[in-house]
Ligand binder design. Structure first.
Ligand code: NAP
Ligand code: F7E
Length: 341
């Protein structure tokens, strides 16, 4: 249990003896991109990160490794820019992590979500096909593709039933990856990852919204935290564990599809109980339900079966849910305390 105290620092994975390779990451400024860049640097890779044009820099998540990676301008909406970065930097592996990734926004911006999260995958696959079909490709697919689930737990063969424009776009991204694998013999792999979180998660996602909200309440800045569906259940893992699975997938001789999950599911209510308790607070005194955060269609129960990833990749998660929540609350307590001076 912690109050509004203490400081904490980020760590970078140790350098290993893996032969030098060149990896290009789209979405390097995002949560997963930052952890993957750290992991690949630790394995001795040359890392090239794609950043899109913005009026202000948003390199917070990669500031600690920025001098060790090459940042190049390109956009998933612009195929020529992708062709040029592949020609200029000649990666051996491409990790496509860029997307409009917030499910709620996909209802208010469905066309943008489709352009980026669906057609963006075709643009990068086409760029690979044109520039160098030997490049190994990772597509960041999602448990949101299972949506209104056909079976519990969900595995690689579970039929899709997406419940949001985001989920629909990810289904397209998955199938175009499979199609380019089969049509052009690309080493194209689809990782169907269940929710994964960290202190670097965007503030709009529920885990970070809760951990940051708890920190603000613990530090006396707020009293209430407004949330949506408290009964919704997710299979939540730790992002640094999940990027390890991405890398392992591209080290396999054959491309394939893999589910990555913890196999446990927890409700938003349980998340609140744990997070508030980590700061010595009672969640029922502070959480209020606000219908603005309810969704037009919900995915009620996601839980994944990662047997294939365990057996083929040798992947295992290292951080469990209570530890993840506690770590996020601690990091946000430190953040809010630092902001207060
Ligand atoms: P995130 O934090 O939202 O990062 C998304 C990244 O995509 C950011 O770097 C963003 O750049 C970039 N991006 C957005 N539009 C772009 C465009 N048009 N061109 C180039 N880059 C663009 O997402 P994340 O949580 O790291 O997730 C990584 C990937 O995994 C996403 O594809 C997501 O859909 C998928 N996924 C995530 C989870 C999860 O639980 N985290 C689970 C399954 C799948 P800016 O910084 O400039 O905005
Ligand atoms: O919502 C419920 C909400 O926004 C989780 C993305 O990374 O994982 C993520 O998508 C659950 C939902 O993530 C609030 O209704 C309740 O049931 O944190 P989230 P998500 O929609 O599961 C998948 C795998 C991805 O691929 C996506 O890119 O929590 N919930 N109250 C809330 N959610 C939010 N955001 N805010 C609330 O106030």
């Amino acid at each position: 249990m912690r109050g509004c105290t203490r400081a904490r620092s980020a760590t970078v994975a140790p350098v290993s003896a893996t032969a030098a390779k060149r990896a290009l990451i789209t979405g390097v400024t995002g949560q997963d991109g930052s952890y993957l860049a750290e992991l690949l640097l630790g394995h001795g890779y040359t890392v090239i990160g794609v950043v899109r044009r913005s009026s202000t820099l948003n390199f917070e998540r990669i500031a600690h490794i920025q001098d060790r990676i090459t940042l190049v301008p390109a956009d998933l909406l612009d195929e020529v820019s992708l062709i040029e970065v592949l020609r200029d930097h000649q990666p051996t592996e491409v990790y496509n992590l860029a997307a409009q990734s917030f499910v709620q926004t996909s209802w208010s911006q469905p066309v943008l979500t489709g352009e980026t999260t669906a057609l963006g995958v075709t643009r990068i696959l086409d760029a690979i096909r044109i520039v160098d079909p030997e490049i190994r490709f990772y597509q960041a697919s999602s448990s949101e593709m299972f949506g209104k689930v056909h079976e519990v737990p969900q595995k690689e063969t579970t039929p899709f039933y997406p419940r949001s424009p985001y989920g629909v776009a990810k289904v397209y991204g998955h199938w175009i990856t499979v199609n380019y694998r089969e049509s052009y013999d690309l080493h194209a792999t689809s990782g169907m990852l269940f929710n994964h979180e960290s202190p670097r998660r965007g503030l709009e996602f529920v885990t970070r919204k809760v951990s940051h909200g708890v920190a603000r309440i613990a530090c006396g800045l707020d009293d209430k935290l407004a949330l949506g569906n408290l009964d919704s259940q997710r299979d939540w893992g730790y992002a640094a564990d999940y990027v390890r699975a991405m890398w392992l997938m591209l080290q396999q001789d054959e491309p394939a599809d893999y589910v990555v999950a913890t196999g446990e599911t927890h409700s938003v209510r349980e998340l609140c109980e744990l997070a508030f308790a980590a700061a010595g607070l009672d969640w029922e005194q502070h959480v209020v339900v606000d219908e603005r955060f309810l969704r037009p269609a919900e995915v009620d129960l996601l839980v994944g079966d990662a047997t294939k990833a365990h057996e083929t990749l040798g992947w295992r998660r290292e951080v469990d849910f209570p530890h993840l929540v506690e770590t996020m609350v601690e990091a946000d307590l430190d953040l809010v305390r630092a902001q207060l001076g």
